[in-house]
Design a protein around this ligand. Structure first.
Ligand code: 5GP
Ligand code: MN
Length: 329
């Protein structure tokens, strides 16, 4: 049970807040930041939202007051020691802030983390977390309902709906419970239109993203004795040729898992520095443990890892071999 009264007390006892989220944010990351910001705004608090990454174009619509700034060390360094509270949303390992990690960790101000991932690192004073939550946005919902710190309204409902829609894979992943549908129903009563949120998030893709998806699908291979591992590779060069960006790859990995018989789906993405791997699984295969072997983490069926100083080609077969061991776990 999350100690919501304590979270409420921290908000009431302080005046200025710096919110942040993980690299390459999704709609749970941004929706949680903006929902939390809207609560603080209503309470007349001073709020800064500073992220390592710029907001992916398909999520920008959630930043209703254009509050989000991209981290610039020279410009923002002093803020970390002048605001009262630093708030980490939708991640639980400090390295997911990338360039912002040091500024965050070196600050002497009160730090809190609100999150729903497994295996938290202790890098904040307080952790408001539960792995039963399908999204950080659901924690914000629960916080509002439990403490009545503010009333839920269309603004917060919209952000929370986008957060939950994203992290449940549009209401299909495991944690899409009757309760989630009841929460969604309540959010709709505040005026949220599901088709509108879905359209903005997923049906206004840049042409380059669709072409990138084509290239990823083209690269798909099945691996292992019973071909139970599906994987795709996106090369740096392909991003350049198509004018596509990393955030365009959101959800692609699910195609690797959508092949008959496949139980682990992987997506390898070559980055400017190093590479990223997305891991997905069916059933009880703990890909968060598999990702952890490469410095990553996440949820049992959905995880990721970023390797900054390594060459993708040196790792592909190592990761595939390791993945095969997990088929029996
Ligand atoms: P995705 O593959 O969609 O980027 O991430 C899937 C899940 O794994 C997300 O819940 C995300 O938080 C987690 N994840 C992705 N990349 C990393 C990483 O580099 N480190 C950790 N600890 N978790 C990650
Ligand atoms: Mn999330």
């Amino acid at each position: 049970m999350i100690d919501f009264p304590n979270l409420k007390r921290i908000i009431e006892d302080n005046n200025s807040f710096l919110l942040t989220t993980h690299v390459n944010p999704d709609a749970d990351a941004i929706g949680s930041e903006i929902a939390f910001y809207l609560i603080l705004k209503e309470l007349n608090k001073e709020v800064f939202i500073i992220n390592h990454s710029s907001t992916p174009y398909n999520i920008e619509f959630l930043d209703v007051d254009k509050k989000i700034e991209r981290f610039d060390e020279a410009k923002h360094r002093s803020l970390f020691d002048t605001v009262d509270v630093l708030v980490a949303l939708d991640f639980n390992r400090s390295d997911r802030m990338v360039r912002m990690q040091n500024s965050f960790l070196n600050s002497h101000k009160l730090k809190i983390c609100i999150d729903h991932h497994q295996d938290p690192e202790k890098f904040t004073d307080f952790l408001f977390a539960g792995t039963d939550y399908c999204a950080t946005g659901q924690i914000i919902y629960d916080f509002i309902k439990t403490t009545e710190i503010v009333k839920l309204n269309f603004g917060t409902a919209y952000q929370i709906y986008a957060a939950i829609m994203t992290d449940t894979g549009s209401f299909r992943f495991e944690r899409t419970t009757p309760e989630i549908h009841r929460i969604a129903a309540e959010l709709l009563e505040y005026g949220v239109v599901p088709g509108d949120v879905f359209d903005k998030l997923y049906d206004q893709s840049k042409f380059s993203k669709i072409k990138l998806m084509g290239s990823a699908l083209e690269s798909m291979q099945l691996y292992g004795k019973q071909k139970q591992i599906g994987y795709m590779i996106i090369r740096r060069e392909t991003f350049k040729n198509l004018g596509a960006v990393e955030s365009d790859t959101e959800n692609f990995v699910n195609f690797s898992l959508s092949v008959e018989g496949v139980r682990i789906g992987l997506l390898f993405i070559e980055l400017k520095e190093g590479f990223k791997v997305s891991f997905r699984s069916k059933g009880t295969i703990p890909v968060n443990k598999l990702a952890a072997e490469f410095g990553g983490g996440g949820h049992i069926n959905a995880s990721g890892a970023r390797i900054f100083n390594g060459k993708l080609d040196d790792y592909i077969s190592i990761i595939l071999t390791k993945a095969e061991e997990y088929l029996d776990k």
